[in-house]
Write a protein that binds this ligand. Sequence first.
Ligand code: RB5
Length: 147
Amino acid sequence: MMLAIGSDHGGYELKEHIKAYLTAKGTEVKDFGVYNEDSVDYPDCAVPVCEAVLSGECERGILVCGTGIGISIAANKINGIRAALCGDVYSATMAKEHNNANVICLGGRVVGRELAYMIVDAWLNAEHLGGRHAKRVEKIHMLENKR
Ligand code: RB5
């Protein structure tokens, strides 16, 4: 599985740790930046990761900003992206099982690195349950371009 990862400056440090963690476990990770802690705008950082997921180049995406909030709001504006901001393991599992989240967002200034690894693992190891959950996800996409 190829994963896309990206962050703004607020998420840079945690992004680097997650990338190293996943790489050490043998997961392929494509890093879309940023590559240092210079101040940038988080919507710009969300776009390349989301595009890689939508094109199929990467199976899923991981985004990190300071809180995870801004970058998740931005990612969710992109049609086809279901970005889940997760700060706990249960939500990370549900994000895949129920919401079929194709992007997970974390707050680099909020969650510790070990918790972040557990969150990412929970989301990666979960499978979408389909059925009634798939119908609800479809209804989310029916909201796109409606207003
Ligand atoms: C950048 O200072 C910070 O606003 C950003 O990383 C993120 O937390 C926004 O939601």
